[in-house]
Design a protein around this ligand. Structure first.
Ligand code: ZN
Length: 180
């Protein structure tokens, strides 16, 4: 009888500990999320890689989330000259405008400036034995391309070399709309 009682107590203790540990984990991760939101820019956009896989094509996921590069001269915006804005393909954040786009001949869309201080972030990239500066969306931290210092000297001197697949272009409103 005594043994049986001990086992019952043991089972109750184990059950209690499990009950204790699970909610604790949930609370911690929820707290982390809250802290993350509270301390970062309010427009921060977070998705897990699994969630990104569901909303991006394989090619988009490879470039945006795995820092891939589309082949030169294959992107749909490389030679586009239309007036308008370029948004992040992943989260819709405004990144570049047609006013700073120029023909660099490098095979990818090139801009000599970003669309304001909240558009993009940069970080060092030492992959493939090179030292480059990676450009990422400031809102969702998706990979966009790289920035080099061989841009137009009469402007910023910078060349933001961006994958077309990382962008969504939205044409500027026509004159007809403007006069409304
Ligand atoms: Zn983004």
């Amino acid at each position: 009888m005594k043994n049986k009682k001990d086992i019952v107590i043991f089972v109750i203790v184990v059950f209690f500990l499990q009950c204790q540990s699970n909610p604790k984990q949930t609370t911690n991760s929820a707290l982390n999320q809250e802290q993350k939101t509270a301390t970062m820019d309010t427009s921060t956009y977070f998705k897990s890689e699994e969630e990104w896989k569901k909303v991006l094509t394989d090619e988009e996921f490879h470039v945006l989330r795995e820092a891939g590069t589309e082949r030169a001269y294959t992107g749909k915006y490389t030679d586009l000259k239309d007036d308008g804005n370029y948004y992040c393909k992943a989260c819709g954040h405004l990144l570049f405008t047609s006013t700073t786009k120029y023909h660099s001949g490098c095979g990818w869309p090139a801009f000599y400036d970003k669309a304001g201080n909240n558009a993009v972030i940069t970080r060092m990239d030492y992959s493939f034995g090179m030292t480059r500066i990676e450009v990422l969306c400031k809102r969702c931290e998706s990979h966009l391309g790289h920035v080099f210092d061989d841009g137009p000297k009469d402007k910023t001197g910078l060349r933001y070399c961006i994958n077309s697949i990382s962008l969504t272009f939205e044409k500027a409103a026509t004159d007809k709309t403007k006069t409304k």
